[in-house]
Design a protein around this ligand. Sequence first.
Ligand code: HEM
Length: 465
Amino acid sequence: MSTRFAAQGYSLPHPPHRLPVLGDIVGVDPRTPIQDSTALAARLGPMFERQILGRRFVFASGADVVGELCDEKRFEKFLPPGVESLRDIGADGLFTAYNHEPNWRRAHDLLRPAFTAGAMRGYHRIMVEVADDLIEHWERLSRNSSPTDVSSDMTKLTLETIGRTGFSYSFDSFASVETHPFVSAMVGALTYNQRRSLLSVPAFARPLFARSDRRYSRNKQYLAEVLADVVRTRRQSTGDFTDLLQIMMDAARDVDNPNALSEANIGYQILTFLIAGHETTSGALSFALYYLATHPEVFERARAEVDEVWGTGSPEFGQVPKLRYVRRVLDESLRLWPTVPAFGRAARAQTVIGDGYRMDAGDWAVVLVTALHRDPVWGDHPGEFDPDNFLPERIKARPAHVYKPFGTGERACIGRQFAIHEAVLVLGTILQRFDLRADPSYRLRIQERLTMMPSEFRVTPSTRR
Ligand code: HEM
């Protein structure tokens, strides 16, 4: 009998077929499960099983098997334990909704128009304003030759961007040196839930975790307060809003709208967007800046493009997608460090994938994107940073489904265009305005939380002469 995931009606794949299995013997470092599993994928092959703290996980990382798992006719999104545990915060919000929950379709249909390529035009001005806040902050640092933590600044920028574009709500992120308490509460709450999902603690041992349980309650309470403040601020405002919040509030008042969401679900969507809309892009920007700062030839080429396409002014909307090389830098950074490093897929009906691996209806596997992005289809040195991997002719020469930073199918990232426009705009702005000096002794270290971020990577920006 396989373990049932009651809420989703899914099961773990049936006991070992011919997959390499690795047990707990090597131990699992809770701080680096993705990096450890990625290293294992290189040894164990395109599909393997791993016992993590007594639970079985099937990982898929080979281009062929992932190609099959991305076939929407045979497979669908699955919430692995680490993601399912986030339902305590996101419930049936878009990211954590089960496929069968009606609010997923409603929210998807309601909000999709706000994420088309054309809709980005409406966000461009605010994105430029937030990038200007970053410029001001970095110009102050430049005057004192002060280094700054890149992930922390990118988090300020992306939180501010999603807050202002999606909810016309400012966190005033750049007003303080410290990380905004929303971010600390979010990271604390996500990490707590993820660790809890891996570690099954018997009831008698629960008191040992009383302190972290209490901290979690406080974090959750704080997130709820921010959420209430976002809604209260809107209710008290007059003016013509057209953002995500307004779309949801207008629909809720319209009795004929089949996609109207309840007040509770609107709350889950707000939290979902505030979290999914900033943490991921922040990591992507931070990795791209790491590669730019440590690859002078790439930096110069990217800067030459910005100078040619933008000149010295602030970019118009249409000038952002014209930064083709900067876009390749971003794509390549997301290849090496996809900030959402894994996603789950479950079989819709009994099927066989890869080298004869049987999956029954409901069996699930985790696509390990970090390892997929290092598959041999990426050449002989897949670990090396090379933006030209994304030249159009090279993209065409590769099979489909080998590049998956934004997930796949119907449940793929709704914010993809948003993230790309924001990230290219910000990278272009930094290249246009600043030289970056990184500590030459720094070696890339990665912090794994819900997403991945460079850890303690600092640059000293200096205003370009
Ligand atoms: C570089 C930045 C980003 C990356 C790498 C990324 C990655 C992903 C991935 C891999 C998924 C699918 C997860 C799964 O299958 O379980 C996803 C879903 C989602 N993302 Fe993103 N994301 C990014 C930016 C954004 C932004 C900016 C927003 C919002 C403004 C956003 C909102 C969402 C939402 C709501 C979902 C759930 C969609 C659904 O299931 O219908 N993401 N993202």
